[in-house]
Write a protein that binds this ligand. Structure first.
Ligand code: IPM
Ligand code: MN
Length: 352
């Protein structure tokens, strides 16, 4: 008897439920083709629910989610709720409480026509960002002094532990080995200014590197990294960085691979429950219009299946996404695809 995967589905806000539905359509199709069983359960952690009940994600929800094989997330962010509440109370609460300490964000160009950079080809843009996902400036540590006065000071602390940094760096080296492409890990930091945090990161990086003599190392400051993303993206294979830098550079990464319509990521706890999501937001202005691109969510679903060990299904999804995006879609942008959200989901299913 094969095991049955238990998938927790968090549609979330805005276009989240629409793109998640297309992902689930693809999940149903690949499960039939590759013969695995799964069941899903919806969890409502939306802004709407928060406004009605005051509820976000609580410890009981976390205990429940720990019983699942994986979490599939649409999007979070409701313009009706003050910024920061849903983000910290839902997304960051899930990432932190489930100790999803890696945010894995592949940046892969499927066709030159999707790339805003001149003369860049698919072979030039194929790297992954390993973003530390549990510490740094996201930890929420800090304080106000003299709040509201002209002498106000706001302090926001970047919190980096040796253990947290090391497990992230080690994951990046393992990832470079597994990818078996350029076999290179680039540390992206700011050693010239942030002399505590990046001293720890740098020391740890070169210590861990000694265990991986087959992998080349490199270092780039975060500002320079954004420049190289535009100028020489072909230099990168695996990039490892902290939480905030990873957040910033992966939005740029998403753009050079064709935009938020295609960019997916995984919040990974290699020993626990991981969560997969399209990295774009909830796109409120497109909500309910059936125009948002579901490919990012479908790619996130593929990452989920790969992590669960359904590698053949994941490969089939990527092939279908390449086929549909390069041969059918006019653009990867919402409203400009030449097809509706649901039609793009159907096209992927038909190309499996
Ligand atoms: C992301 C998002 C989140 C982040 C927000 C919504 C809290 O931008 O997943 O990149 O900053 O991590
Ligand atoms: Mn972001």
């Amino acid at each position: 008897m094969n095991k049955t995967y238990k998938i927790a589905v968090i549609g979330g806000d805005g276009t989240g439920p629409e793109v998640a539905a297309e992902g689930l359509k693809v999940l149903k199709a690949v499960s039939e083709k590759y013969k695995f069983e799964y069941e899903t359960k919806d969890f409502d952690f939306s802004g709407k629910r928060y406004l009605e009940t005051g509820k976000l994600v609580d410890d009981k929800d976390i205990a429940e989610l720990k019983k699942y094989s994986a979490i599939f997330l649409g999007a979070v962010g409701d313009p009706a709720v003050k910024p920061g509440i849903i983000e910290t109370g839902v997304l960051l609460k899930l990432r932190f409480s489930l100790d999803q300490y890696i945010n894995l964000r592949p940046v892969k160009l499927y066709d030159s026509k999707f790339c805003p950079l001149k003369d860049k080809k698919p072979q030039d843009i194929d790297f992954v960002v390993v973003r530390e996902n549990s510490e740094g400036l996201y930890k929420g540590m800090g304080e106000f002094k003299n709040k509201g006065t002209k002498d106000e000071v706001a302090i926001q602390i970047s919190y980096n532990t040796r253990k947290g940094v090391e497990r992230c760096i080690r994951y990046a080296f393992e990832c470079a080995r597994k990818r078996n492409k350029r076999k290179k890990v680039t540390l992206c930091g700011k050693t010239n200014v942030l002399t505590y945090a990046w001293d720890l990161w740098q020391r740890t990086f070169y210590e861990v590197a000694k265990e991986y003599s087959d992998i080349t190392t490199d270092y780039a400051h975060v500002d320079a990294t954004t420049m190289w993303f535009v100028k020489n993206p072909e230099w990168f294979d695996v990039i490892v960085t902290d939480n905030l830098f990873g957040d910033i550079i992966t939005d740029l990464g998403a753009m050079i691979q064709g935009g938020m319509g295609i960019a997916a990521g995984g919040n990974i706890n290699p020993e626990g429950v991981s969560m997969f999501e399209p990295i774009g937001g909830s796109a409120p202005k497109y909500t309910g219009k059936n125009v948002i691109n579901p490919l990012a969510a479908i790619c996130a679903l593929g990452m989920m299946l790969e992590t669960l060990g359904e590698v053949k299904a994941a490969e089939a999804i990527e092939k279908a996404v390449i086929e549909v995006s390069t041969k059918k879609l006019k653009s990867l942008a919402a409203g400009k695809m030449g097809y509706s959200t649901a039609e793009v989901g159907d096209l992927v299913v038909n190309n499996l």
